[in-house]
Design a protein. Structure first.
Length: 309
């Protein structure tokens, strides 16, 4: 038998092979496949050339398989069934039976507040699904979605091409976290009080201002940043041990107040529009029912979360 380059083989030939084997007659095989008898004969001729074997020989009014055809029919049928199952699974996603790994690009606030309820739902409805949460620089988000490196990204509203689809998850306000015994906690709270304290800035970037700093710059103001760190949990522990203030998403502050003692909040004394959080995915993924199913879970279970950076 010749060495076969699969990329050069019409897989429909094996559908014809299976039909001939099952029917034992080229005419009936053609009727089953809704093809003409010459088309079936031509397909069989191509298979005979590939395998260098007749595959079927005349037997009465029909045909009988050769020893080679009998030897390969089981593997051919198994392969066809696997392909059919793959196509069926792609069209009808069953979360309970799915085995899939999804990757979400998210910031640490979302990991803390959204992943627990999301994983609880996945364990109940789709125990075979695995989720990876990673951090992707915003400049790389679209290329990561296009290449399949990530399936989703959750971030603030960003400019993207028409190849990237997105859905709003809500809006987020910023608040200021401090210790209950902080000097500012019992005094008049305004912009002067905010600027009179020292601050923690959370950012994955090595330098550059935060959202609130842009607003302050427009007012000709600068705050005193004592610490710049990469995640909010570390920043909250610093706030607990020091007199520093932390400006953070209200949803994460609410989470901290429910779970831990030793914190209090004040509204941000700046006129800032709320931050919009969006879920992003590539346009081609909209044809994948598994991705769309997980999108529904994310949008249902991920209330407005800021990913301020």
């Amino acid at each position: 038998m010749q060495n076969i380059n699969l990329s050069r083989v019409d897989l429909n030939l094996f559908v014809v092979f299976d039909a001939i084997y099952r029917e034992g007659n080229l005419t009936r095989a053609a009727e089953t496949l809704n093809l003409s008898q010459p088309a079936v004969s031509h397909a069989l001729g191509r298979l005979r050339e590939r395998f260098d074997d007749p595959l079927f020989e005349r037997a009465g009014k029909g045909v009988a398989p050769t020893p080679l055809a009998k030897a390969i029919v089981g593997r051919v049928r198994a392969a066809l069934q696997d392909l059919e199952s793959t196509l069926t699974e792609g069209l009808a996603f069953d979360p309970a039976q799915a085995r899939r790994v999804f990757t979400l690009a998210a910031r640490d606030v979302m990991e803390s507040t959204a992943l627990p309820p999301l994983m609880a739902r996945l364990q109940q409805q789709a125990p075979g699904i695995q989720l990876r949460s990673v951090r992707i620089p915003r400049r790389d988000m679209e290329s990561a979605l296009s290449s399949g490196q990530i399936d989703f990204a959750a971030d603030v509203l960003l400019p993207v091409s028409d190849q990237i689809e997105h859905q709003s998850l809500g809006e987020e306000q910023l608040v200021v976290l401090m210790r209950p015994d902080h000097p500012q906690a019992g005094q008049r709270w305004d912009l002067d009080a905010y600027l009179g304290a020292r601050h923690v800035l959370v950012s994955s970037r090595a330098d550059g201002p935060g959202v609130e700093d842009f607003a302050l710059t427009r007012l000709g103001k600068v705050r005193d940043i004592a610490l710049r760190c990469q995640n909010y949990y570390a920043a909250t522990q610093v706030v607990r041990e020091t007199g520093l203030l932390l400006t953070l998403p209200a949803s994460y502050a609410d989470h901290l107040l429910r779970e831990f003692s030793g914190f209090t909040t004040r509204p941000l004394p700046l006129a800032l529009p709320p931050l919009e959080l969006h879920l992003y995915w590539h346009k081609k993924a909209s044809r994948d029912p598994a991705v769309m199913w997980l999108k529904d879970q994310l949008t249902q279970l991920m209330p407005a979360r800021s990913v301020k950076d």
